[in-house]
Design a protein around this ligand. Structure first.
Ligand code: 5GP
Length: 339
């Protein structure tokens, strides 16, 4: 059954450029997207070309994107190790969301893989990553919050606020343990400072969208997984997480029901006044040394906050201006004490 118009949201798991697509009936009608983009499905009437819009795009015109079914088959054909078997007993007419092709078993002798039709409960675990369905979630006033997401520009004081909140009640609040591929240092324990995993496993987990975010530093990967958030919540704690604003939309799900707080810098004059003796760790500095704020840091902070607010403001549940740390912290505390 086709989805109700405009009610379905999917996350793209690959980059798509209609100009490079020889199969699209009209390149101008195509919708380009990047891996990670959230798309709103406007129509699935055509089995091969769906109509979609970028999430939040005010323009009512939808563009064409390859359907899940069609794109999976194209990807599968490009994989030399994959052999596609004709489908038996499958309802080929059903919607792409209801059915998906999935790597189902390996032929031991030839080591070739075969595909068969599976029901939509396996949608998210399809081995050929094309799209996954996401729930678009808006907090309700009575929702119990289990994940607090802090967003803000570098140097705004997000880490200090997070630390203060955490030590105010370690029974109530918890933080995630990141994954890394670097070797464990002698004083470190697995699962405490980091969860230490191999590069191969990390890369597989990235492919399977298990990370909220990840990065590379000195030839090793570092990242925060969705499971690490789940494990804090499973301990009955509120998980405190700071992320780049573009990842917030991926966390806004029924499962996490996040409370998203934007920590905003005060005016330039107040920044100069209040951060006179404070230090910042530059993202450009490999060693992570703290240095006094420069005028450039202040300008960058204001600019970055402005961009964040204009692009992602609709995802924030609360904005707190960090003029003075103690006042901002008490505002943060009051926000939660009221809940
Ligand atoms: P170290 O190996 O010295 O513990 O950390 C090296 C770098 O990895 C630090 O700059 C740290 O901020 C970064 N890092 C630690 N955890 C994460 C994470 O979860 N994600 C990302 N992107 N970087 C991280």
């Amino acid at each position: 059954m086709p989805v109700k118009e405009g009610k379905m949201f999917i996350r793209a798991l690959f980059d798509y450029d209609p100009n490079e697509d020889k199969a699209i009936p009209c390149k101008e009608a195509g919708l380009a997207f990047r891996k990670g983009d959230i798309l709103q499905i406007m129509s699935q009437d055509d089995a091969t070309w769906w109509q979609a819009k970028h999430e939040g795009d005010a323009n009512p015109r939808a563009g064409l994107i390859p359907s899940k079914h069609f794109q999976e088959r194209r990807f599968a054909l490009r994989r030399p190790e994959v052999q596609i078997q004709p489908l038996k007993n499958s309802n080929r007419k059903s919607s792409g969301f209801r059915r998906s092709f999935r790597l189902s078993r390996k032929d031991k002798k030839t080591n070739k893989s075969m595909y068969e039709c599976k029901k939509s409960d396996q949608y998210d675990t399809a081995d050929i990553p094309t799209y996954e369905e996401v729930a678009k979630y808006r907090r309700q006033p009575n929702d119990k919050y289990r994940l607090v997401v802090l967003v803000g520009p570098v140097g705004v004081g997000l880490n200090e606020l997070k630390r203060k909140l955490l030590i105010s009640d370690t029974q109530h609040y918890g933080v995630t343990v990141p994954h890394t591929t670097r070797p464990r240092r002698s004083q470190e324990s697995d699962g405490v400072e980091y969860i230490f995993i191999s590069k191969h496993l990390f890369e597989t987990d990235v492919q399977n969208n298990k990370f909220i975010e990840y990065g590379e530093y000195k030839n090793n990967y570092y990242g925060t997984s969705l499971d690490s958030v789940r494990s804090v919540i499973a301990k009955n704690k509120v998980c405190l997480l700071d992320v780049q604003p573009h990842t917030v939309k991926h966390l806004r799900t029924y499962e996490f029901k996040p409370f998203v707080i934007f920590i905003k810098p005060p005016s330039l004059d107040r920044l100069r006044e209040t951060r006179k003796n404070a230090k910042i760790i530059s993202s450009k500095d490999d060693k992570g040394t703290a240095k006094p704020f420069t005028e450039e840091d202040f300008q960058e902070m204001i600019k970055s906050a402005h961009v964040m607010e204009s692009q992602y403001g609709h995802l924030f549940d609360k904005v707190i201006v960090n003029d003075d740390l103690a006042t901002a912290y008490s505002e943060l505390k009051t926000t939660f004490d009221r809940k």
